[in-house]
Design a protein around this ligand. Sequence first.
Ligand SMILES: Cc1cc2nc3c(=O)[nH]c(=O)nc-3n(C[C@H](O)[C@H](O)[C@H](O)COP(=O)(O)O)c2cc1C
Length: 369
Amino acid sequence: MDATSADLPTLFRPITLRELTARNRAWVSPMCQYAVDERDGVPNDWHVVHYGSLAVGGFGVVLTEATAVTAEGRISPEDTGLWNDEQVRAWRRITDFAHSRGALMGVQLAHAGRKASTVRWWPGYTPGVVPESEGGWPVVGPTEQPTDADSGQTVHALSDPEIREIIEAFVAATHRAREAGFDTVEIHAAHGYLLHQFYSPLSNTRTDEWGGDFEGRTRLTREVARAVREAWPQHLPVIVRLSAVDWRDDGWQLEDSVLLAHELKDLGIDLIDVSSGGVAQASIAVGPGYQVPFAERIRREAGIATAAVGMITGAEQAEEILDEGRADVVLLAREALRDPNWPLRAAHHLGVPASLAPWQPARWRGAWH
Ligand SMILES: Cc1cc2nc3c(=O)[nH]c(=O)nc-3n(C[C@H](O)[C@H](O)[C@H](O)COP(=O)(O)O)c2cc1C
């Protein structure tokens, strides 16, 4: 075999952030499974098989679903969590297996804020709030304004001490993430969840130090980033997922994201995962690679590594994004559900010899040649 890793397509070249090297640049985007039927935040056999299959499929880094830093921070009662030791042990089994297959794992740490306590997004579900009588809980946010004015949901506006408790919960979960064997943490500051609720002008009308101007509204995201960075080993990277835009003239804009990315970089954040939307109704121009221009602009103007996500499905499409320097890694969500072996297929498609593709020895006989 003549080929060496220097000849590989960019998608299959290793990438190093701080002292962490991932085997390639095809990573799994965070995806809620809503599969904790016990409702205790503890990942179970489903999670072992689901994340395990993605590690076997050859992805470089497998990012977990939104994993709540407190029970109240879950999107649905069936979310995973990282607020106790039982959860640490269950995650450890998963990260150990992923590592044994050459994959790295990152946990997406999250607090859903006013979007918590909702019905899990499963077949046949009716969107809505889970009432307290059925295992739901009172939700919190920057103000008393609910996401959906028609929901009838009451939201408790967080006080200053309560906000500081949530920052501490992120720190505690960060320590647990390390015990659980994760290689990186991603702070979920997108999609209309708590941190995004604070930085978007559409959801934060506070007048105290946690609201008002850009600095006030972004304070929570910056404080969480600072605290998580301090709590996470210095040789390992921290990622932040942002909603780059709210897709509304009166909302958060791309220029705001560039500015925030700059500040996050100064705080020691290593990679911005660039998504969009989620805090309020908007019309979104969805299409192949529709969020790549945001990742490209943040990368260029803030001078920080970015991950591109959103309708990236093809090997050549992914390779082009990376090769043209529009992002440093690509994240796949739905396509990874359709084909957990996507990296193996993509490697073949791009002409990577099977011996240099992330095939597992036990599956070697099935390798494309
Ligand atoms: C089943 C499912 C669950 C998701 N859960 C999360 C999540 O927990 N956290 C998050 O940041 N994004 C979540 N997303 C969004 C994806 O990470 C991704 O940004 C989005 O699906 C666009 O990528 P795609 O076109 O490759 O699917 C979810 C998407 C899907 C399909």
